[in-house]
Write a protein that binds this ligand. Structure first.
Ligand SMILES: O=C(O)CCC(=O)C(=O)O
Length: 282
């Protein structure tokens, strides 16, 4: 992987992966390929799902949307940062379209409940093309990076509450979903390196769910001077990242959305990937 010794390595790595093609021979951790991840991640599926599955309360509305816990595949980063976990393909195959459609079609229409503050009219396909993010819960302004803590209504979609409850029980932490940023990616969209530090609570993890087309996710150290490696990970539809401990404040970016077709996205759609980023603010 890429060692981040000098300051510009983040820019250079971002550019390299922005131009990634299957032929470019750049390292990329792909959990769907046997043994591909083993230098960086440990597969902790056996130990964790056995010890945790019995203690999880499965009596909630959207339980059937998720794979049963004994089918989860869980990976823990063992090089670089503490606290980074990935659960691959957490949604049941037959609910993936439902989740993509919910965040693509329904969430943008629930403006009042969900504190849409993206300042655009979402009534036509043309304007949908301009959509980059929507917030729910406490509104986070992507540009100023400040939360609106004066808000009196804080609505979190039911399915997000269920997902976070299940993950909290499984990971054995007490996570309260108080804010969410839904990021919308077109064919050529990317997201530069940044840290998520606007929350008052930096101990609570971030939970991040990928929907739709695959993307390259880069995660490095806490700042550009850090000597931690920058780790390139392929994220697929319904992969879930938990950024806790050291990884909670790590620099991360999405340089590339992959072009291949998957059933949840049709080729004429302007939005190819959706990321639901869930945070505890207090
Ligand atoms: O799209 C992603 O996977 C990452 C999104 C992200 O980094 C963020 O919302 O802070």
């Amino acid at each position: 992987m890429v060692d981040s010794g000098d300051e510009d390595i983040y820019k250079t790595t971002f550019k390299l992966y922005r131009n990634w093609t299957p032929e470019s021979n750049l390292p990329l951790i792909d959990f769907t390929v046997e043994k591909n991840y083993e230098n960086y991640f440990e597969n902790i599926t056996e130990t964790w799902s056995k010890s945790s599955s019995s203690s999880i309360d499965t009596n909630f509305e959207t339980f059937k949307h998720f794979k049963s816990i004994d089918q989860w595949k869980i990976y823990k980063l063992i090089k670089g940062l503490n606290g980074l976990f990935i659960i691959t393909g957490i949604l049941n195959e037959n609910f993936r379209q439902n989740w993509f459609d919910y965040f693509h079609n329904q969430l943008p229409c629930l403006q009042n409940d969900l504190n849409l503050k993206s300042n655009i009219e979402l009534s036509s396909l043309e304007t949908m093309k301009k959509l980059r993010w929507i917030t729910f819960g406490y509104h986070h302004d992507w540009n100023t990076k400040i939360y609106n803590l004066q808000q009196t209504t804080v609505c979190i979609p039911e399915r997000i509450i269920d997902l976070c409850r299940m993950i909290s029980m499984f990971m054995n932490f007490d996570f309260k979903p108080e804010a969410g940023i839904v990021n919308y990616y077109g064919r050529n969209s990317s997201l530069c390196f940044h840290t998520d530090h606007s929350e008052l609570n930096h101990q609570a993890p971030l939970i991040s769910l990928s929907l739709g087309r695959s993307a390259i996710f880069l995660i490095g150290g806490p700042n550009k001077q850090s000597t931690k490696p920058i780790i390139p990970i392929l994220l697929n539809d319904s992969d879930l990242i938990i950024m806790s401990d050291e990884s909670r404040l790590a620099l991360h970016s999405v340089p590339k959305i992959l072009p291949e077709s998957i059933s949840t996205v049709n080729d004429h759609q302007s939005i190819h990937r959706i990321n639901v980023n869930i945070r505890q603010v207090f």
